[in-house]
Design a protein around this ligand. Sequence first.
Ligand SMILES: [Cu+2]
Length: 70
Amino acid sequence: MDEILLNIEGMTCGHCVMTVTRALQGVTGVKKVKVDLEKGIAKVKFNSKEATIESMINAVVEFGYKATAV
Ligand SMILES: [Cu+2]
């Protein structure tokens, strides 16, 4: 199991946190997601054989937020 931190830009409230969490959880291979609103960071546990960092970033962008690998 691998772990990555993503910087998430554009989150302002709990709804944003939920949206970003669901977006990341929807990526195949992502096992666990923890989003910190104040820090603007998402901690993601994933199987690197199934999920790529690019696929996670794209999933977040699709919902209108900006994500970059820390
Ligand atoms: Cu919001």
